[in-house]
Design a protein around this ligand. Structure first.
Ligand code: 5GP
Length: 188
């Protein structure tokens, strides 16, 4: 799981990871949040609250949480395919739920390099000033709560470096499990 405060760059690092690490599958979440302008249509499965609630009630989520008034959830069962590891890019409440279901689940806390960089990233999404301020406040709580469950903390100074560090963490966890990739490991 990749979790961490808003503006840490989780989405970009997650995309880089699935491109670079073999047999890693990124779960696509459901959300009731409206799609941002310029946001890819497949960034989430965008649904209304009734559809989300119905899916939650029928046990369709591995975890779900409310973040700043919107619901986000990981659909379940996970359809990753044989031998794939699943990458979840989720908020700290979701990471806590998954960790309590599976104590072996790896939690990586991604942190922004500086508060200024974090704020700039949050502003670049085109959210309202009020929303940016709410996200900045939530980010502080998010980081301190995530520290309590994180196995590793990685600073997203550059996407390439952070992704390489996380790829190394995944590889060593796989080695501990005796995992043998059946596809060649890509050179970065
Ligand atoms: P955003 O609105 O910026 O796309 O996401 C807001 C927060 O929700 C981020 O911290 C993101 O990681 C988190 N998030 C995205 N998908 C999920 C999910 O399936 N479950 C949970 N718990 N959080 C999610």
């Amino acid at each position: 799981m990749l979790c961490g405060p808003g503006g840490a760059g989780k989405g970009t690092v997650a995309a880089r990871l699935v491109a670079a690490v073999p047999k890693l599958w990124l779960s696509r979440s459901w959300t009731t949040r409206a799609r941002r302008s310029g946001e890819p249509a497949d960034a989430y499965i965008f649904v209304d609250r009734a559809a989300f609630d119905g899916h939650a009630q029928s046990g369709g989520f591995l975890e779900w949480a409310e973040f700043l008034g919107n619901l986000y959830g990981t659909p379940w069962p996970v359809d990753a395919g044989e031998g794939m590891d699943v990458l979840l890019e989720i908020d700290v409440q979701g990471a806590e739920q998954v960790r309590s279901r599976d104590s072996q689940a790896l939690v990586i806390l991604l942190l922004p390099p500086t508060a200024g960089e974090q704020e700039a990233r949050l502003r670049s999404r085109g959210d309202s000033e009020e929303h940016v301020m709410k996200r900045l406040q939530a980010a502080e709580i998010e980081a301190s709560r995530a520290r309590l469950i994180a196995d590793y903390e990685v600073v997203n100074d550059t996407v390439e470096r952070a992704a390489t560090e996380i790829a190394g963490i995944i590889e060593s966890r796989r080695n501990e499990r005796g995992y043998v990739p059946d596809v060649p490991v890509k050179e970065s």
